[in-house]
Structure formats: structure tokens, C-alpha cells
Design a protein around this ligand. Structure first.
Ligand SMILES: *[C@@H]1O[C@H](CO)[C@@H](O)[C@H](O)[C@H]1NC(C)=O
Ligand SMILES: *[C@@H]1O[C@H](CO)[C@@H](O)[C@H](O)[C@H]1NC(C)=O
Ligand SMILES: *[C@@H]1O[C@H](CO)[C@@H](O)[C@H](O)[C@H]1NC(C)=O
Ligand SMILES: *[C@@H]1O[C@H](CO)[C@@H](O)[C@H](O)[C@H]1NC(C)=O
Ligand SMILES: *[C@@H]1O[C@H](CO)[C@@H](O)[C@H](O)[C@H]1NC(C)=O
Ligand SMILES: [Cu+2]
Length: 810
């Protein structure tokens, strides 16, 4: 007998001894455990089954995507409401909006119409108190190019759909009217820029462009002409609230143009509302800034070839580094389709009037044109957990040597976040089984409402990992298995703001957890390579460096735990020194937690510190657990980021929300949004100053609380960001987790759960049974793998639980 066999036999002997010992010494206890287990898991006769039985019943879930004639308080503006509102605005004696088709920058025209959510107290009185539904209002953004000086005006108009009034929105949290220079870029302005500034560029220095780059803007083959990438210069950089400056950077029109910059850009001056006054302010050429066209011409005409650019475009070919074509040798070698999601018994969620129900969950959702996706009235098992949960702002701050990247600080509300969510592709963006949902916005150049197709997708999938599981393999441990995959419902939208794509997911787990996630993908925004750019990025292709930048995302979570009277506490984790006791006189160190109640808004400002770990929990003091503990939800932040720029200068002023990872404020109806569509430009004097939300330092004990969450990441692009930034590694998430809220994990009710135990606990050798809670493979034609697995267990139950063989491992 060799050593290995001898060792095996010894282990076997030891095992047998241990088991006999176990059974004899712990016999009583084990028997009790077995009895209890058996009692709890007798399959109930009343459990219906899927498959045969189910086909006699009907899956009660349904999906209805039609637009309601009587929309609820959270529903976005319907087409009917938008049409009515537009007619009203065109007839209004002082607003007198012009029809979109004929509008010019110097007229009064409708920039955007969006739902203006009713005040929370009125909506709660309707939802919970049986009061009538509050009237629906719209927020209308009017561009008043017709006024002197031109301004932007925000109106609240209602009641919808038969509008009676439009009133300027007056609030101490948002100034109104707003300087015209701060308005989001619109289609009309863009058109005007091409007709003025860029046409002037071509007329005056087209020859420089053609000599330096082989193309220009107008006098070129259409498929060859430069495309221009816009980058706003916020007002704090020019120290003047009325100055509107926009860099336009030249890129070759190769898929994808942003990855093909040259070293030429124009700073456009777009003051006022008359496009005739749109002119060239400055230019960047070959690593230097020029104060005027003439200055550039004089330099250029008197310079030798070495002081000029000589760049030729990448010709488009299917394998150019920036294209999205398959290249290299394909994998797998043969076409084999990827795994896919199936819903064997149909949908387990319902959708009607933008309200979703799913395995105990319900919520409403919308897509604000201004701030993007938002969820309302999120409930689990009938109890409201959050009144509102949604995106508030997206920002990305760049650095660089060249004058454009140096000033580029995008605050994406200024590009209307919601309107960039469309055209989700089944199999590419969402599982094929998903429900795709259109979204309607008011148009800028057309009177009719614009329906963006497949703006959201809604799907249930299993994450491929267990929500929970435990295996007690051996007799001694009790011999049972219980586990279930984490099947979740996801509401997804992907916002494409020019080059970047942001994937926003709201996920509902069966254990009462809401997960909010953002992932970034899309193209990076690189600059033309020069040696001076090296502190700001790696050279990743012939002519480009990927400039370092900081992504930031702001979310609003209006959490309501058992009503609106809530407390925010931290569970403060610290190390303590205690006596070891068993070694008298010797100290020992361990961790503990202390509850700290946050009293005021300023007291609650949170900056993450690795040295002081803590939990953030929210509860209603009047509703404790059976054990008199806090019955709470926990806010867990996975994706916090530190904003390094100094506070109060430059464009940092536009995002004071990025100063803290978490801010808790008392709910106010006029503090609906932490940012504004003017934040891209308004850093000289922000229209909405988030610090005002907490500067009054109000008491937040037993109040209606709003949690403002900031996630982010620094991005130093690298070659594998070509062609697109991949999402793995940049998932930023936060969770709302029940925390002593339920008496046990609410997923215990899930039929997804699989339990395996011995058919007879006293006679394990008879084998095991698999309880699928009505989803038995015999009646439900489960995937054949499940059937094969159960057949395998019949043959050899030791595959899952210790039954006949002694495996020889503890
Ligand atoms: C969504 O938009 C597409 C394209 O316009 C249209 O065919 C489809 O009917 C729309 N879906 C709904 C539910 O209106
Ligand atoms: C408004 O702009 C249009 C073209 O952009 C121009 O033809 C018209 O004269 C302007 N009107 C006024 C009052 O400036
Ligand atoms: C610069 O050179 C261009 C092209 O040779 C010529 O048309 C233009 O008149 C020159 N301008 C000046 C100011 O020298
Ligand atoms: C909270 O914990 C930190 C360590 O994480 C400790 O320094 C601090 O004293 C604690 N505060 C309270 C009030 O317990
Ligand atoms: C909503 O609340 C704001 C701020 O408290 C108030 O000014 C406004 O009148 C309220 N709106 C309605 C429709 O009651
Ligand atoms: Cu990035």
C-alpha cells in the first residue's frame, strides 16, 4: 500500500469514528434538529406548480405601454398635454412663443417643457390621504431672444392639459429670469454658429487649414470636412456672467471624429441673441493661442514649414483604431451565440402608466428632460421606502495643456440629460427579453412632441450568482442545502452625451434592496498629442493623448421610512481596548460601534475618511423593532470619489454637491433639484447654489429627509479605452438596504429558492429530494440541465449531501 492510500484509509477511519462519535454524543440534539427540519420542509400540498397547472391559470402580469388619458402625479408630460401647452404658449399675450419651425435665436421660443412635479405634501395627501390628485404642472423653459436684454424664463404652467396660467417660477433657491448667456446650447444656436463663426473661419483661414490638414470646413469634399466638437467656457473663467464663449475643436470626420482631433480650435464669442454678433474670439493653432484671425494669418504667412502643422487624416478603413468594427481573428472561431435570458413562464413584472410591480415591489418612473431618469413612490410589500430616487446631475472635469481641454468642465444638465436617452438595442444594451419603452419630449425645432424610441428598457434577469446560499453537507452539520440565484428587476437607460455613454440602472432585489448603478462607456475625449500634454495623459495613438478627467454623478434619494418623520444616524465604528479576562491584566483590542444621531444639516455633511468607518442609517423613531431596536434602511455607498479642486474658485463653484459624498437635508418643495440646466455655464454666479440647501443648518431630527449622494471616479485613459471605454471596473453603485427593517430576509418567500434535503433524515441512504416551491422540473419543463441534475442526484445523492458514501473530508 502506498503512502497516499494509507493516508486515505486513515482519514476514512477517522471520519467514521467522528461521525459515530457525533451521532452518539450529540444524538439528542441532532435528532431534534432533524425533526425540526423535517417539519418545516414538508412540501405543502397546496403549492401550485408551474407548467401544466400554470397553463390552466393565467400569468397575471401584463405590460401596457399606452399613454394614459389621465396621467398620475409622476407621469411625464403626455403628447396631448404638450400640444395643449404649446398652443397656450403661442397665444399667451406676453410669452407669445413662435412656432418651433420658424423660430430664430432672436425670438421667443420654447426650449423645453418638462413635468413640474407637484409638491410632495399634496401628492402624499392624494396617495395616502384619499385627497384628489393635485393638478399637473409643466416647467417650461422659454428662450426670450426677443427681449432686451435677452433672457431665459422658467414658467410653471397648468393645470394640464387645459392650461389656464403660466407663472414665472419664483423661488429663493433658483433665480429666474436667467441670463441668456447661461442657457443650454440648442439646435438653433448650433445652426447659427455654423452659419457665422465657422463660415468666417473657412473664409479667412481656410487656406491655412487646407495646407496644414488637407481639409477645412466648407471648401472641402463633404465626406472630408472637419467636424467641430463644442466645449463651453463657463462664466467664472471669463469673470463675466454675460459672456458666452464656446471652444470648437476641429476633428477629422473619421469614425469616430472625437478621436481624430487636429491642433486647431476656435473660441467663439456668442454674446447676446443676434447671431450677427457671433464672432471668432481666439484661435488655437499648432500649440499656440492667437488673439485674432489676423494675428494667426500674420504669423502663418511669415513662418517657415517647421512652425506649421502638417497633419494628414487617418483614412477611414474598417480596422482604423477608432472604429467599432470587429477586427483580428474572430472569437469564437465558429459563430456560437452568447447566453441569453429566457422567461420560461412569461414576465414576472407588470407595467402600466409607467408604474411597475414586481415580486412585492412597486414604483413609478419618468425621464426628466433636464435631469434624466427618476423613480417615485418606491414601495416594498406595500410600504413606501423612497418617495423619489433619481439622477440629479452628471459632470466631467478635464485637464490638459491645450486651451480647450484646460477649460473643459462639462456639467451635463446643460445638454439636457434626459433627451440623450434613446435607441437601446436588444442583445447589445439590454437582454432580448426586455420591455423597451419610448419617451416623449418637446422638440426644439418641431412643434410636434418628439418620441424617442427605446429610451428605457425594463427586464428581469438573474445575476448568475446566489442572492444567498448555504450548504450543510455532512450529517453532523445537518445535511441540507438552500440557495437561490439573485434574480433582479432592472430599469435601465443609457444617456449618450456626445462621446460618452452613461448606463444608469435601478435594480430591485428580492431581499428588499434597491441598487442604483452608473457605468461609463463610450468614447474618451482625447486631445492632439504634443509633449506638453504628457502630465495629462498617455499617448495612446499616433496623434492623441487621452486626457485625465474626473467623472461625477449626483443622485437624489428622498427616503421615507415608515412615513416622513425620519432620523439620520451613523453607526460609528471604532477600535477599543478591553480586558482579555482569560489572561488577567492583559489588554485586547476589538471594534465596536456607537450610534450617533445627526442633529442638523451641517452636522450631517459627510466626507469619506478611511480612518473612521461608518454606516449611514435612516429610521422612524416611533417605529422600533420587536426588540426595541432601530427599524431602518442603510445607505451604502460604493463608488465615492474625492473632488480635489479647491472650493469656491473656477468651475468648482458649479458643483458644490461634489464637496461631500453624502449630504442630508430637510425636504423642501423648492429644493427639488441640486443643480440646474445652467450649471454648465453659470459658475460666476450659480443659478442653483446647492450649499443653500444646507447652509441654514436646519434641524433634521424627526424630519422628512433627502439624501444627496455623490459618486465618481478619476479616469486616466489608456490604450484599452480604444475604441471604447469598457464598463468593467467602473461600476459605481449605492444601495438602499433594509436594516433591521424586516424580521428576517424578505427573500424567504421566494419560490426561486431551492432546498435540498434527505428524503428521510433518518435514512440518508434513501437519497435526497429537491424542493423547488412549485417550479418542479417534472411539470415545468425546466431547462434540461436541471432535470439532468435531479436524475444525477437520484443516482448519486452524495453529489449534494452526505448520503451513502463517506467523502473523507471534514
Ligand atoms: C415606440 O416608437 C416606435 C417608433 O416610432 C413605434 O413604432 C412604437 O409603436 C412606439 N411604441 C409605443 C408603445 O408607442
Ligand atoms: C432675427 O434674426 C433673423 C435671422 O437670424 C434676422 O433675419 C432678423 O432680422 C432678426 N431680427 C431682429 C429683430 O433682429
Ligand atoms: C497670407 O497668405 C495668403 C495665402 O498666400 C494670402 O491670400 C493673404 O493675402 C496673406 N495675408 C497677409 C496678411 O499676408
Ligand atoms: C467614531 O469613530 C472614530 C473612529 O472610527 C473615533 O475616532 C471617534 O471618536 C468616534 N466617535 C464617537 C462619538 O464615538
Ligand atoms: C409648493 O411649495 C412651494 C414652496 O413651499 C410653494 O411656494 C408653492 O406655492 C407650492 N405649490 C403649490 C401648488 O401648492
Ligand atoms: Cu472617462
Amino acid at each position: 500500500m502506498d503512502k497516499v492510500n494509507r493516508a486515505r484509509r486513515q482519514v476514512g477511519v477517522w471520519r467514521t469514528t467522528a461521525v459515530i462519535l457525533g451521532i452518539t454524543t450529540l444524538g439528542l440534539v441532532v435528532a431534534v434538529v432533524f425533526l425540526a427540519t423535517r417539519e418545516r420542509t414538508q412540501p405543502s400540498q397546496s403549492i401550485p406548480t408551474c407548467g401544466a397547472t400554470a397553463s390552466a391559470r393565467k400569468n397575471p402580469n401584463s405590460v401596457d405601454l399606452s399613454e394614459p388619458s389621465r396621467p398620475g402625479p409622476f407621469h411625464d408630460l403626455t403628447k396631448h398635454e404638450m400640444r395643449q401647452l404649446r398652443t397656450f404658449l403661442e397665444k399667451h399675450p406676453t410669452i407669445h412663443a413662435v412656432p418651433a419651425e420658424s423660430a430664430t435665436v432672436n425670438q421667443s421660443y420654447i426650449y423645453m417643457m418638462d413635468l413640474f412635479p407637484a409638491n410632495k405634501s399634496d401628492v402624499l395627501a392624494y396617495l395616502d390621504g384619499g385627497k384628489p390628485q393635485p393638478s399637473r404642472l409643466a416647467r417650461v423653459i422659454m428662450y426670450r431672444g426677443d427681449l432686451e436684454p435677452p433672457v431665459v424664463e422658467e414658467y410653471a404652467c397648468g393645470p394640464l392639459p387645459d392650461v389656464q396660467n403660466c407663472d414665472l417660477i419664483i423661488s429663493d433657491k433658483r433665480r429666474n429670469p436667467i441670463e441668456f448667456s447661461l442657457r443650454p446650447i440648442g439646435l438653433l444656436e448650433y445652426k447659427a454658429i455654423f452659419e457665422t463663426v465657422l463660415t468666417e473661419v473657412d473664409a479667412k483661414i481656410g487656406y491655412i487649414l487646407r495646407e496644414s490638414y488637407g481639409t477645412s470646413y466648407i471648401d472641402c469634399k463633404p465626406s472630408d470636412c472637419f467636424k467641430f466638437y463644442p466645449s463651453p467656457v463657463a462664466t467664472n473663467l471669463v469673470k463675466d456672467i454675460n459672456k458666452r464663449r464656446l471652444w470648437l475643436w476641429a476633428d477629422y470626420p473619421v469614425e469616430y471624429y472625437v478621436l481624430h482631433p487636429v491642433d486647431f480650435g476656435v473660441l467663439a464669442q456668442l454674446d447676446g441673441s443676434n447671431p450677427k454678433n457671433f464672432v471668432i474670439d481666439k484661435l488655437w493653432y499648432h500649440g499656440k493661442l492667437y488673439n485674432s484671425v489676423d494675428e494667426l494669418i500674420v504669423f502663418y504667412n511669415s513662418s517657415g514649414p517647421s512652425e506649421k502643422s502638417h497633419i494628414s487624416r487617418h483614412t477611414y478603413n474598417p480596422s482604423v483604431f477608432s472604429s467599432l468594427n470587429l477586427r483580428g481573428s474572430p472569437q469564437p472561431e465558429e459563430p456560437l451565440r452568447p447566453p441569453t435570458q429566457v422567461e420560461p413562464d412569461g414576465k414576472r413584472y407588470s407595467l402600466k402608466d409607467r408604474k411597475v410591480t414586481y415580486l412585492g415591489w412597486s414604483f413609478n418612473f419618468r425621464m426628466s428632460a433636464l435631469t434624466g431618469p427618476s423613480l417615485y413612490d418606491i414601495r416594498f410589500k406595500g410600504e413606501r421606502i423612497a418617495y423619489e430616487l433619481g439622477l440629479a446631475e452628471i459632470a466631467v472635469f478635464y485637464s490638459g495643456y491645450n486651451s480647450l481641454h484646460r477649460i473643459t468642465d462639462f456639467v451635463d444638465s446643460g445638454a439636457l440629460i434626459g433627451t440623450h436617452s434613446k435607441s437601446l438595442v436588444p442583445g447589445g444594451d439590454c437582454p432580448e427579453s426586455a420591455t423597451f419603452i419610448n419617451q416623449t419630449f418637446s422638440g426644439q425645432a418641431v412643434d410636434e412632441p418628439v418620441e424617442l424610441v427605446r429610451s428605457f428598457c425594463l427586464f428581469e434577469n438573474n445575476n448568475g450568482y446566489p442572492l444567498r446560499r448555504h450548504l450543510s453537507y455532512s450529517h453532523y452539520e445537518g445535511a441540507f442545502y438552500g440557495g437561490m440565484l439573485d434574480s433582479v428587476l432592472t430599469l435601465r437607460s443609457v444617456v449618450t452625451v456626445v462621446n460618452y455613454d452613461y448606463v444608469f440602472d435601478f435594480m430591485f432585489h428580492q431581499n428588499g434592496v434597491v441598487e442604483t448603478r452608473v457605468m461609463s462607456t463610450g468614447y474618451i475625449f482625447p486631445s492632439f498629442y504634443t509633449r506638453e500634454e504628457s502630465p495629462y495623459g498617455f499617448k495612446i495613438e499616433d496623434n492623441i493623448i487621452g486626457n485625465i478627467h474626473h467623472h461625477l454623478f449626483h443622485f437624489k434619494a428622498d427616503i421615507d421610512i415608515h412615513g416622513t418623520s425620519n432620523r439620520y444616524e451613523i453607526l460609528n465604528i471604532s477600535a477599543e481596548t478591553v480586558e482579555l479576562r482569560q489572561q488577567p491584566g492583559q489588554n485586547y483590542h476589538q471594534i465596536r460601534y456607537d450610534k450617533i444621531l445627526k442633529q442638523t444639516e451641517k452636522d450631517a455633511l459627510y466626507k469619506f475618511n478611511f480612518e473612521t468607518p461608518k454606516y449611514h442609517v435612516v429610521h422612524n423613531e416611533a417605529r422600533k423593532t420587536n426588540f426595541d431596536e432601530i427599524k431602518a434602511f442603510r445607505i451604502a455607498l460604493n463608488g465615492m470619489s474625492k473632488q480635489l479642486l479647491p472650493e469656491g474658485v473656477d468651475n468648482e463653484v458649479a458643483l458644490p454637491w461634489a464637496r461631500h459624498q453624502l449630504v442630508v437635508t430637510k425636504h423642501k418643495d423648492n429644493e427639488q433639484v441640486s443643480s440646474s440646466p445652467y450649471a454648465m455655464w453659470d459658475s460666476f454666479n450659480p443659478v442653483t447654489d446647492f450649499t443653500k440647501f444646507y447652509e441654514d443648518d436646519e434641524n433634521i431630527v424627526d424630519q422628512d429627509l433627502v439624501f444627496w449622494i455623490n459618486l465618481g471616479l478619476h479616469h486616466i485613459p489608456h490604450t484599452e479605452d480604444l475604441p471604447l471605454t469598457p464598463t468593467p471596473g467602473n461600476h459605481l453603485t449605492f444601495f438602499l438596504l433594509p436594516y433591521n427593517y424586516f424580521t428576517e430576509c424578505p427573500s424567504v418567500v421566494s419560490r426561486d429558492h431551492i432546498r435540498i434535503q434527505h428524503k428521510d433524515t433518518d435514512k440518508p441512504e434513501l437519497g435526497v429530494q429537491v424542493d423547488r416551491n412549485g417550479n418542479s422540473y417534472e411539470t415545468c419543463s425546466l431547462p434540461s440541465v436541471a432535470q439532468q441534475y435531479e436524475e444525477l442526484l437520484e443516482e448519486n445523492p452524495d453529489v449534494v449531501l452526505q448520503s451513502r458514501k463517506d467523502m473523507g473530508i471534514f
